[in-house]
Design a protein around this ligand. Structure first.
Ligand code: DGL
Length: 280
């Protein structure tokens, strides 16, 4: 069986590594929409059209047993249109508000996400439904996902740059302080060690990836072998590619050979024409 993992960039590797642990015999195909990264800055209708048409193309080319939208920014918008259009099991990634509300003793938690995710009604509804009496601070980081991309393409990212993005998560009020931070962008767990070291005080960092991986295992139980059963884990990008070292570290090979033309003329053209940058 093969699983298709999708994200705007390399963040989905934080989910893929957990899927690898939960389903060691499954193969994975990873599609990163790096031609238009970051999704956090896209208008909702542009993002929906982009992801639906990209997945249309990727699903027919790769024929997976399940699709994992390993991106909060996309999942908070595209799960209903994707599920309406495609029959296979689709697992999304949305802010882990419920576990944060369960963990927090101080009743002060933060959601660290992209600006898109913190704006979504979906996120506000989650807090309303599952937040209970826990007070949530929503932190829309403009730069953190991009800093993670930079770090994994071998560039230097300073502590000061990372700290500036996470600092607003740490709130003190009336003798209490934040004790849980939801990692509501799949890029962030990839630099968790650095975030922990930089945090003004220790908190529970909530990464939903292990739960997503368990869900993928449940929905694929008894799945038929896939067309490319036994092929290595393959990485595809609509734009630039992360370095060899990163793909090696996550156990993926470059999927270049499967694309005829993966460089869009312009992102806007591709979206307007209802075409995606992927041509497999
Ligand atoms: N990894 C994506 C997420 O989980 C976001 C990065 C972006 O802004 O494209 O939200």
């Amino acid at each position: 069986m093969r699983i298709l993992v999708f994200d705007s960039g390399v963040g989905g590797f934080s989910v893929a590594r957990e899927i690898g642990k939960a389903l060691p015999d499954a193969g994975m195909d990873y599609v990163a929409d790096l031609a238009v990264f970051p999704y956090g800055a896209l208008e909702p209708d542009v993002l929906i059209d982009r992801v639906v048409s990209l997945m249309d193309e990727a699903l027919s080319a790769l024929d997976p047993a399940a699709l994992v939208i390993a991106c909060n920014t996309a999942s908070t918008l595209v799960l209903p249109p994707l599920r309406a259009r495609f029959k296979l099991p689709i697992v999304g990634t949305v802010p882990a508000v419920k576990p944060a509300a369960e963990h927090s003793r101080s009743r002060m938690a933060s959601v660290l996400a992209t600006p898109g995710t913190v704006k979504r009604e979906y996120t506000h509804d989650l807090i309303e439904t599952f937040g209970g009496d826990c007070r949530f601070t929503l932190v829309g980081s403009q730069r953190l996902a991009g800093l993670v991309e930079r770090q994994f393409s071998g560039e230097q990212v300073t502590d000061a740059e990372l700290l500036a993005e996470i600092a607003p998560c740490f709130v003190e009020d009336g003798g209490k302080r934040t004790d849980a931070v939801v990692l509501a962008c799949t890029h962030y767990p990839l630099v968790l060690d650095r975030l922990k070291a930089l945090a003004p005080w220790p908190v529970e960092w909530i990464d939903p990836a292990p739960a997503i991986a368990r869900r993928v295992a449940t929905v694929t139980e008894g799945a038929e072998p896939s067309r490319d059963e036994g092929a290595p884990n393959r990485f595809y990008s609509t734009g630039r590619r992360p370095g060899r070292a990163m793909l090696d570290a996550f156990g993926f090979v470059d999927g270049e050979a499967f694309f005829r033309d993966d460089q869009p003329k312009s992102d806007a053209d591709g979206v307007k024409a209802g075409k995606t940058a992927l041509s497999i």
